[in-house]
Design a protein around this ligand. Structure first.
Ligand SMILES: Nc1ncnc2c1ncn2[C@@H]1O[C@H](COP(=O)(O)OP(=O)(O)OP(=O)(O)O)[C@@H](O)[C@H]1O
Length: 307
């Protein structure tokens, strides 16, 4: 397995407090890695450490298989990034900002400027100044700058902030295209579950500076099971009956109230009939599904927004 990024026990301490604490993460070459966490969880701090903008307090970082040192900078040519607020030369046009970026990067390709502007939907305003752009337009220009040189690795911190629903859709399409057609590895942070869920191959979650999960999207999806939820006046008696009379074994009692039965092929009618015959009152019986959103909310208390 080839990795673009590996960190080991990465820690950043400010004023005696760990804002990033012992984070060990692994970003594989060729994947879209989604990085979920609430505001202030430590996402930007980690991204800045990967870009050598700030120094870790402890721990190690490997970028492209090489240990990152205080004076490592050449690897930055292989990366496009957008961290926190988009900053531009406000008195230069959008086109000129991108042209200047290409010059810095030693990338001389005028066609790439038109292509990048087109891919983020800013061709019609290429002659305008960023100071006259909305937040969403600035975000788009910033993404254009991050991808213009078709780097091997792109780091995007909350890239859909300020975008309208249409902008969000087209950004998602762009990320998938960059990944599939150009083989670019993407590291995208967000506090919006839906944004990550739809595009990530691997997902990790950070809470108060600690990485609490790093797993493939496929294995997460497998955990989203259907179940029958049964609420009665006597859950204990109902449990015994399910087990002894209906031979159902894969169920559990949730919060002492509801019973979750993890075999949805049992007809509701046979459950209700058996319970009624034993004088158990049924308050409700429904087939439900756990979603990724439920899972994340349970894990880190994320907001339910923008599916
Ligand atoms: N230079 C600094 N000095 C002191 N504390 C800092 C500094 N930079 C960040 N922090 C603190 O570190 C914590 C993590 O901040 P960070 O910006 O990494 O979070 P985040 O997950 O990116 O949040 P957001 O989604 O709001 O951008 C926050 O509590 C923040 O106040």
């Amino acid at each position: 397995m080839s990795y673009i990024v590996q960190t080991r026990n990465l820690t950043k301490t400010y004023n005696g407090q760990d804002v990033v604490s012992n984070v060990s993460m692994n970003i594989k070459k060729g994947e879209i890695y989604g990085f979920l966490g609430s505001n202030g969880a430590g996402k930007s701090t980690i991204m800045k450490m990967l870009l050598n903008l700030i120094k870790p307090s402890h721990g190690e970082i490997e970028m492209f298989g090489e240990p990152l040192k205080e004076h490592s900078f050449t690897y930055l040519k292989r990366i496009g990034s957008m961290i926190e607020y988009p900053i531009f030369y406000e008195k230069m046009t959008a086109w000129e900002n991108l042209e200047l970026h290409c010059a810095y990067m030693g990338y001389h390709n005028k066609q790439a400027i038109s292509d990048a502007l087109e891919s983020v939907g800013l061709t019609h305003v290429s002659h305008k100044f960023p100071q006259d752009f909305s937040l969403g337009m600035r975000q788009r220009l910033c993404v254009a700058r991050a991808i213009i040189t078709k780097p091997e690795f792109v780091i995007l911190d909350e890239p859909i902030n300020g975008l309208d629903p249409e902008g969000i859709q087209s950004m998602r399409r762009l990320f998938k295209k960059l990944n599939k057609e150009y083989g670019i590895t993407l590291f995208i942070s967000s506090h919006i579950i839906g944004e990550i869920e739809q595009i990530a191959d691997t997902i990790s979650m950070i809470k108060q500076g600690k990485l609490i999960e790093e797993t493939s999207m496929d294995s997460l999806k497998e955990q989203n099971t259907e179940y029958i939820e049964l609420v009665t006046n006597d859950p204990k008696k109902a449990s015994v009956l399910l087990h002894d009379q209906l031979n159902i074994t894969n169920f559990k009692l949730v919060e002492g109230q509801a019973i979750r039965i993890f075999s949805t092929d049992v007809p509701h009618a046979s459950i209700t009939k058996a319970l009624i015959l034993r004088d158990i009152d049924i308050h409700s019986i429904n087939t439900k599904q756990t979603t990724l959103e439920d899972y994340f909310i349970r894990k880190i208390g994320l907001n339910k927004i923008d599916k």
